[in-house]
Design a protein around this ligand. Structure first.
Ligand code: NAG
Ligand code: NAG
Ligand code: NAG
Ligand code: NAG
Ligand code: NAG
Ligand code: NAG
Length: 306
């Protein structure tokens, strides 16, 4: 009986693939990338547009040919440095003062924290970065249209001596330079405190953003030292690498500030593990503060009556 049931179960059970789909589909033709690009552009206009695109006349269809031309037939590891200029200028738009957020080594967290520009703007919260965020691409010198059809074979965005300039690394490098030059008001820099050194000279932030901040427009930079609740804290505001970052900001005329384990970031992370001792402590201390404030208001009220 059991055997029969089992056989029936196996026969009627839909065939579920045994491996999870974590491999991106290997083949992507240029038309599909174009649809992805223009689709992302329309989505950005819909989701962020009302806050940042109202006085710009960016046309999604006009941006695509600029990117296609920049990438086509470019060698995989010898991508020319200024190819994206036209696109970078055409896709630039307004970002509110004091909202520029730079980062290093904390991609997933910084994207949660920025909250699609509601709190801050990372480069991937601007149209320029958004169009390429989580996208893999490169040229191919022998393809008829010059675009690689197997993005999995592209060298990616890691900067390294074995592939000094790829379609992606040159994009993020030059886009970062533009973003940093554009910054005005107080800026924030989110740094991974679970890595040592936390401030590293090989990062995009160090190479392309820090040297392009303009002290005339950026009086102050606040460093946010962050870590996942269960990860170790290997560096703090007073660690050697962060002291180096502070003094290089100071040298350019930008006043550095630094916050270890900012409370808003910690509260955001506690949403995932509210029962962790550190989170319980954090939440109960918020209660205490609220309670004190409440007591204080009552006392003030009583005195005002007297
Ligand atoms: C890279 O491209 C430039 C021209 O864009 C060329 O002069 C140079 O020789 C190339 N380098 C390598 C290593 O192929
Ligand atoms: C910091 O870096 C470590 C090591 O690369 C990584 O495991 C961790 O997820 C990072 N933390 C954050 C907040 O991104
Ligand atoms: C270009 O694409 C073809 C076809 O997929 C592939 O065989 C070739 O290796 C690629 N060339 C380069 C330089 O990546
Ligand atoms: C980066 O730091 C390492 C060691 O701290 C040093 O040897 C190297 O020259 C630095 N590179 C740059 C570009 O500053
Ligand atoms: C810095 O900003 C000021 C004020 O906008 C501008 O006049 C100056 O040219 C900028 N400097 C650089 C190096 O871009
Ligand atoms: C920042 O620079 C000023 C001079 O421009 C100097 O007096 C001060 O000590 C510096 N502070 C730090 C923390 O390096």
């Amino acid at each position: 009986m059991v055997v029969i049931l089992l056989i029936v179960f196996i026969l009627i059970h839909p065939c579920v693939p045994s491996s999870r789909c974590n491999e991106p589909r290997a083949y992507r033709d240029t038309e599909e990338w174009k649809h992805l690009f223009i689709g992302k552009c329309l989505l950005y206009r819909n989701d962020y547009g009302p806050r940042v695109l109202c006085d710009s006349n960016i046309n999604c269809n006009d941006l695509w040919p600029m990117v296609k031309t920049a990438v086509e037939s470019q060698p995989k590891c010898n991508f020319s440095m200024d190819n994206y200029e036209e696109f970078l200028i055409a896709s630039a738009h307004y970002v509110p003062e004091n909202k520029f957020l730079f980062w290093s080594g904390v991609y997933s967290l910084v994207m949660r924290y920025s909250d699609k520009g509601r709190k801050f703007y990372t480069i991937s919260d601007t149209l320029t970065g958004y169009l390429f965020d989580n996208v893999v691409w490169c040229g191919n010198t022998t393809e008829a249209d010059g675009i690689e059809k197997y993005p999995g074979t592209c060298p990616g965005f890691e900067i390294g001596p074995e592939c000094p300039s790829s379609a992606q690394s040159v994009f993020w490098a030059t886009a970062s330079q533009h973003y940093a030059r554009h910054a005005y008001g107080e800026v924030h820099v989110m740094i991974n405190a679970s890595r040592t050194p936390a401030f590293r000279n090989s990062s995009y932030f160090t190479q392309y953003e820090l040297p392009n901040l303009n002290a005339t427009k950026v009086p102050k930079a606040t460093i946010l030292m962050v870590h996942y609740i269960t990860d170790p804290v290997l560096e703090t505001c007073s660690s050697e690498s962060i002291e180096k970052l502070k003094s290089s900001l100071n040298e350019t005329g930008i006043t550095p500030y630094c916050i270890d384990n900012p409370r808003d970031v910690q509260l955001l992370l506690c949403v995932d593990i509210p029962t962790h001792p550190q989170c319980e402590q954090l939440i109960s201390s918020s209660h205490r503060e609220r309670y004190s404030l409440y007591l204080f208001s009552i006392i003030v009220f009583i005195f005002s009556l007297a």
